[in-house]
Design a binder for this molecule. Structure first.
Ligand code: HEM
Length: 478
């Protein structure tokens, strides 16, 4: 049956251009390079094709779409709802969670989890976001006068703590000696990167013999067991209609008490204990690296573009004030801050590429049928930095996201939080979180970066996309 399928792939892809392919390995030889060069090689390759390219990897066929018209067809298709094999290592970390699930299971999970992200729940988290904002300022103030503030690590711990609080409702000291949750997460991500980016690690035998397979599994188990421990305790303690109140702050008016996602999942869904564990795990992993990297990039951008930083400062003072906490209703009015976040995610999206498994033929127009069984990749970093879509693409310009300018661009040209049915379920949460934290940080501190422009910043792949040499940020008190 596979032979028949492959024949069909050959026929369908006959007229689609792509790099030269050899028996057994296909075009995978292109990826036999230092992982540090991977991004550049991928970008250069893509650049030599215009709208679409095909790529054989062993007996797998991958289409890469650069033309937004084609992407639009695929990203919204019911035949491209599933993730493909490239998400396997992530699935190994999270178990069966929303990011990697497919088919009916994904549909069911997405449906039951969506209400946990409703506005009331999100508003209730603003209390925690404020606490973290205050905390961040204190931590950064200790680094005043010092170059190269360890921004990734400071933000990483903070966002991880926050993800534990909002997902499980518990305050975990992630640095506590017996847990070292932050370290466990770092190690997991490090091994994930080795597994995915170093081509020979895709051969299970090599991965196994290097001892890293076991190491990776050990870290994943340690992380999972910490989460399981909390869930088991919660399920035991949880009595119907007698939820533990996690603390109400009166000065927030009618904001409901903080309500961790875990509580909502236990009370309102028919997910079983393992399914809940995997979803909480997914939440923490999907929220931590993404938000950490985004905030680090935003502070870097504001450090380079000081005039924009001053404008953001003015907006914050105007909307939030010099003192006091950020209220949920303030967030909608932080329009420039929102544009800054979006523009940063254009230049520094979570990952360079996302991909899908095609579960039925998709006609993308121009006589091209993408056949069932192949993978489709959307090179979002490439699209976000494409001069034909974004004029002077490396210029940091938040006004690109003024509504009138957004309307001028074709659809499927921005993937900060992806698009379509499988877009980020946490986008609102992330936006609110980042705005509150930025309001506290910018109000008290001035940010600087050694970089002169976006072009100076080299990128590298870890689990997601990071700045190769870090944010090179330093701070002064306002
Ligand atoms: C700045 C922060 C964030 C960015 C840039 C971001 C970006 C994205 C992107 C691009 C996707 C699509 C991934 C793909 O198709 O390969 C995604 C999916 C997802 N994100 Fe986020 N995300 C962020 C924060 C969060 C947070 C805070 C949460 C949880 C609270 C979260 C939970 C998820 C989940 C569960 C999915 C999978 C949804 C599905 O397939 O149904 N993300 N995110």
């Amino acid at each position: 049956e596979h032979r028949w399928k492959r024949r069909r792939w050959y026929l369908c892809s006959k007229n689609v251009p792509g790099p030269k392919s050899f028996p057994f390995i296909g075009a995978a030889y292109i990826l036999l390079i230092d992982p540090n060069d991977l991004l550049k090689v991928i970008t250069d390759k893509i650049d030599s094709y215009r709208d679409i390219l095909k790529f054989w990897m062993g007996n797998k066929l991958l289409y890469c779409l650069m033309n937004p018209k084609y992407i639009e067809k695929v990203i919204n298709s019911t035949k491209a709802l599933d993730k493909d094999c490239f998400y396997e290592p992530f699935a190994q970390m999270t178990g069966e969670g929303l990011v990697t699930l497919g088919g009916a299971k994904w549909k069911r999970h997405r449906k039951v989890i969506t209400p946990s992200f409703n506005q009331r729940v999100l508003d209730s988290f603003v209390v925690l976001f404020n606490e973290k904002g205050v905390d961040l300022v204190k931590k950064l103030e200790k680094h005043v006068g010092q170059r190269n503030v360890p921004v990734y690590s400071i933000l990483g711990k903070m966002i991880l703590e926050l993800a534990c609080q909002t997902s499980m409702g518990v305050e975990l000291d992630v640095e506590s000696l017996e847990r070292r949750l932050d370290e466990v997460l770092d190690k997991q991500i490090h091994l994930f990167t080795e597994k995915t980016l170093i081509l020979w690690n895709h051969f299970e035998v090599i991965w196994y013999l290097s001892g890293k397979k076991k190491m990776y599994q050990d870290y994943i188990n340690r992380f999972g067991s910490i989460i399981s421990e909390v869930i088991k305790k919660k399920i035991k303690d949880e009595k119907p209609n007698e939820q533990k109140k996690l603390g109400i702050l009166n000065n927030y008016g009618d904001i409901p008490e903080k309500h961790a996602f875990l509580d909502t999942l236990i009370e309102n869904t028919d997910l079983d204990e393992n399914e809940i564990r995997d979803e909480v795990n997914t939440f923490i992993l999907a929220a931590t690296e993404t938000t950490t990297n985004a905030l680090a990039a935003i502070l870097t951008m504001l450090g380079i573009y000081r005039d924009v930083q001053e404008e953001v400062y003015k907006e914050i003072i105007d909307v939030v004030g010099v003192e006091g906490e950020v209220m949920p209703q303030d967030l909608i009015r932080m329009e420039l801050t929102e544009r800054v976040i979006k523009e940063t995610l254009r230049l520094f999206p979570a990952g360079p590429v996302m991909s899908r498994y095609v579960s039925g033929d998709i006609d993308i127009g121009d006589n091209i049928i993408i056949p069932e069984g192949v993978s489709v990749a959307v090179p979002l970093l490439y699209i976000h930095r494409n001069g034909e879509i974004y004029e002077d693409p490396l210029k940091f310009d938040p006004d690109r996201f003024l509504p009138e300018n957004v309307a001028k661009r074709p659809p499927s040209t921005y993937f900060g939080f992806s698009q379509g049915p499988r877009s980020c379920i946490g986008s609102k949460y992330a936006m609110m979180n980042m705005k509150v934290i930025l309001a506290h940080a910018i109000r008290r501190l001035k940010f600087f970066s050694e970089y002169k422009s976006v072009a100076d910043i080299e990128l590298k792949m870890t689990m997601l996309l990071r700045m190769k040499h870090g944010p090179k940020v330093w701070v002064e008190k306002r």
